[in-house]
Design a protein around this ligand. Structure first.
Ligand code: MLT
Length: 256
C-alpha cells in the first residue's frame, strides 16, 4: 500500500522538548487544551488534527494506523523535529504504536492514554464495518450519540464533545473505523520499545477495559502505569492536572 502523507493541521505552544498530543476518534486537537495550558511552560507542545478529523485533509479509503503514523512523521519533518514524545489518546495510541514500529529512532517517549495494544476481536471488527456503512448512509450523528455516554459520565463535558464529533467529516469517520478494524495486534511487540513509556488509564473507562492498560504496562520494558480513579475515557478533560504532570514526568525522562 502506498503511504502518501497529508499535511496535517496543527497548533503549537511553548518551547522545549517536542511533545505531540494526538486525539482519539472521532475527535480533534481541542480536547488537549486543558493539558496544553499546564504543559506549555515546560515543553514545545504540538497538537495536530489527525487525517479526516478537525481541520486536517480528508481522503478517501481506509486510514490505516500506519498511514496516520506517516502523517505524523511528515509533520515532524515539516517542523524539523528529530525526536518527539508521542502522546496518543485511544485510536491515536494505535497510531503511536504504528509510528514506534516504523520510526523507532524518531521516538523519545510514549504515552498511551485510554488506549490498548490489542487488535479488535472479530466481533468488534465486524461491528466497525457495520457502523461505517451506517455512517455512509445516515451521517455521523448516530455514531456521535452512541459514543457520547461512553466517553465520559461528566455532564459538563458532553455538549463540547458532541459538537466536536458532529464536526468530524463522514469520510474521516468511515476511513478511521476501517483503519482501526484492520490494525495488527501489537501486544507482543511492545517489549521492543526502548524509550520510557507511560500508560494512563481512567478506572471508569467504558471503551477500553482497565485490564488492557495493565497488560500493556507489563509488556513495556520502561513502562509504568497511572490509573486515575476519577477518570473515564477522557482523562485529558476529566483530570487534566494528573495527565499534564504525568506527561511532564515522561518528557523529563525522555529528554535526560
Ligand atoms: C477512540 O476513542 O479513539 C476509539 O473509540 C477507540 C476504539 O474504538 O478502539
Amino acid at each position: 500500500m502506498d503511504l502518501v502523507p497529508v499535511e496535517l493541521y496543527y497548533e503549537e505552544f511553548g518551547q522545549g522538548f517536542p511533545v505531540i498530543l494526538m486525539h482519539g476518534y472521532p475527535l480533534n486537537h481541542t480536547i488537549w487544551m486543558p493539558v496544553v495550558e499546564r504543559l506549555q511552560a515546560h515543553a514545545r507542545v504540538i497538537t495536530p488534527d489527525l487525517r479526516g478529523h478537525g481541520k486536517s485533509p480528508v481522503t478517501d479509503g481506509e486510514y490505516s494506523m500506519r498511514l496516520m503514523a506517516e502523517d505524523i512523521h511528515a509533520l515532524m519533518n515539516r517542523l524539523d523535529i528529530p525526536k518527539a514524545v508521542l502522546v496518543g489518546h485511544s485510536m491515536a495510541g494505535y497510531v503511536s504504536l504504528a509510528f514506534a514500529r516504523a520510526y523507532p529512532g524518531r521516538l523519545a517517549g510514549l504515552a498511551m492514554v485510554a488506549s490498548q495494544a490489542e487488535a479488535d476481536s472479530s466481533e468488534k471488527r465486524q461491528g466497525r464495518y457495520i457502523t461505517a456503512e451506517e455512517v455512509g448512509r445516515k451521517g455521523v450523528r448516530q455514531v456521535a450519540k452512541s459514543m457520547l455516554p461512553k466517553l465520559t459520565p461528566r455532564k459538563e463535558l458532553t455538549a463540547d464533545l458532541m459538537e466536536i464529533m458532529l464536526k468530524t467529516p463522514k469520510k474521516g469517520v468511515i476511513g478511521t473505523l476501517k483503519g482501526m478494524a484492520e490494525r495488527p495486534d501489537a501486544l507482543e511487540w511492545l517489549a521492543e520499545i526502548e524509550v520510557p513509556a507511560v500508560v494512563i488509564a481512567g478506572e471508569q473507562d467504558a471503551i477500553i477495559p482497565l485490564e488492557r492498560a495493565r497488560t500493556m504496562t507489563q509488556m513495556l520494558r520502561r513502562g509504568w502505569l497511572v490509573e486515575i480513579p476519577e477518570a473515564a475515557h477522557m482523562p485529558m478533560l476529566e483530570t487534566p492536572q494528573v495527565v499534564a504532570d504525568t506527561i511532564q514526568q515522561l518528557v523529563d525522562l525522555a529528554a535526560a
